[in-house]
Design a protein around this ligand. Structure first.
Ligand code: GLU
Length: 448
């Protein structure tokens, strides 16, 4: 009889051998399954039914060619992906990422993470993710439109409001969602609002969706501090990135009384001791689609560090909101030495496994992305709810729902960590709480 730990090791080896070269996918799988040993011990039925083995295998993976023409008439070929990972709790749900680094393994790690994140929201959504190695940076609006139209010309046959509902992720915002929806509507002859989320509120989108991931991250941090009888008031924060997640994390952190002193983009870091001016960041990133270095034009007293390391800036709270594996063990050591209280993930898998272990071992609070950044997809589910009932909710009501969902996610993770003897370890709490939810639904359906 193999014990639970041996079983987990065997499963991990199968995942590695079956998905060669997909290091990020291996990492995401290991980060979840290494915490599941006590669940298998407590409930051997999961092992007998091979639930972990099933959860680690995507239900479907679609790869397609995306040809398009640039403004000079040159033809380009990109690769498109959509992975439907798990549909036990609802139709596949998850964003699209357009970035030159995207490979199948990237999409699989994101879709796998999405399985647990979406389960934590408590909403009826399964998991998926998609995207392309297309780089929207430096492309004209017409080029982005032609790319999106070509991408949807294949994708449309695989998605639907009851099948698979894409949304945004890195490189995909409301401009891209608009082009994608326009093409879907044209091809299918259906105004099927619920097939995509992250739509503009001008045409069937939900208020608060744009803000929701970042707001949710700040709410999760607030809950983590509350559990330690502390508050955000007066704390200094560092937020990496300056995209949609970072911008609205900064906005809510400021509203809740904290001060964000740094943000970044792939070119460098802005450090502004008196606090980041968010209007300037929005004007650069949402308006001009420019580089964060332009911040100095408005605030010459701030500092720009080209290729700088944002984690060297002393802070009480760190929010990695850029991309996967952006915060490594060296950064973790620096943060710990500088007295950081907690690290809360806005991006998906931004901390490396060793960095996570360092935080857990040193008592630094650590909020994993699958819990802390679930507010975005949760609000997508609220958008689907509004679309299904042909309704449009107010900003205040939607934000109240988001706040309640984040508080619930926090207490679910916290209580589950307690139940498994690891009080305050949100990795254990998030993985086990979500795993049980997905596993129990799968068991109900038989061997599928
Ligand atoms: N891409 C976001 C995430 O990582 C949102 C997905 C969605 O709204 O479907 O959760």
């Amino acid at each position: 009889m193999v014990n639970a730990q041996e079983r987990i090791d065997v499963i991990y080896n199968v995942v590695k051998n079956r998905n060669p070269g997909e290091a990020e996918f291996h990492q995401a799988v290991w980060e979840v399954i290494e915490t599941l040993t006590p669940v298998l011990e407590k409930c051997p039925y999961y092992a007998k039914q091979k639930i972990i083995e099933r959860i680690c295998e995507p239900e479907r993976q679609i790869i397609f060619r995306v040809p398009w023409e640039d403004d000079n008439g040159e033809v380009h070929i990109n690769r498109g992906f959509r992975v439907g990972f798990n549909s036990a709790l609802g139709p596949y749900k998850g964003g699209l990422r357009f970035h030159p680094s995207v490979l199948l393994g990237t999409i699989k790690f994101l879709a796998f993470e999405q399985t647990f994140k979406n389960a934590l929201t408590g909403m009826p959504i399964g998991s998926g993710k998609g995207g392309s190695d297309f780089d929207p940076k430096g492309k004209s609006d017409s080029e982005v439109m032609r790319f999106c139209q070509s991408f949807m010309t294949e994708l449309y046959r695989h998605i639907g409001e009851l099948t698979d509902i894409p949304a945004g992720d890195i490189g995909v915002g409301s401009r891209e969602i608009g082009f994608l929806f326009g093409q879907y509507k044209r091809i299918t002859n259906r105004y099927e609002a619920g097939v995509l989320t992250g739509k503009s509120p001008l045409w069937s989108g939900a208020l608060v969706r744009r803000e929701s991931t970042g707001y949710g991250v700040a709410y999760f941090a607030e809950q983590m501090l509350k559990a330690r009888n502390e508050s955000l008031d007066g704390l200094s924060c560092v937020v990496s990135g300056s995209g949609n997640v970072a911008i609205y994390a900064i906005e809510k952190l400021h509203q809740l009384g904290a001060k964000v002193v740094a943000c970044s983009d792939s070119g460098g870091v802005i450090y502004h001791e008196e606090g980041i001016n968010l209007d300037t960041v929005k004007a650069i990133k949402e308006g001009a689609r420019g580089r964060i270095s332009a911040y100095l034009d408005e605030h010459p007293e701030a500092e720009y560090r080209a290729d700088g390391n944002i984690w060297e800036i002393p802070c009480h709270l760190a929010f990695p909101c850029a991309t996967q594996n952006e915060l490594d063990e060296n950064a973790a050591e620096t943060l710990i030495e500088n007295g950081c209280k907690a690290v809360v993930e806005g991006a998906n898998m931004p901390c490396t496994p060793i960095a996570v272990d360092l935080f857990l071992d040193s008592g630094v609070g650590y909020g994993p992305g699958k819990a802390a950044n679930a507010g975005g997809v949760a609000t997508s589910a609220l958008e689907m709810q509004q679309n299904a009932s042909r309704d449009a909710w107010s900003f205040e009501y939607t934000e109240k729902r988001l706040h309640a969902i984040m508080a619930n996610i926090h207490s679910d993770c916290y209580h589950t960590s307690e139940e498994f003897g690891a009080k305050g370890n949100y990795v254990v709490g998030a993985n086990i709480a979500s795993f049980r939810r997905v596993a129990d639904a799968m068991l109900a359906f038989g061997i599928i």
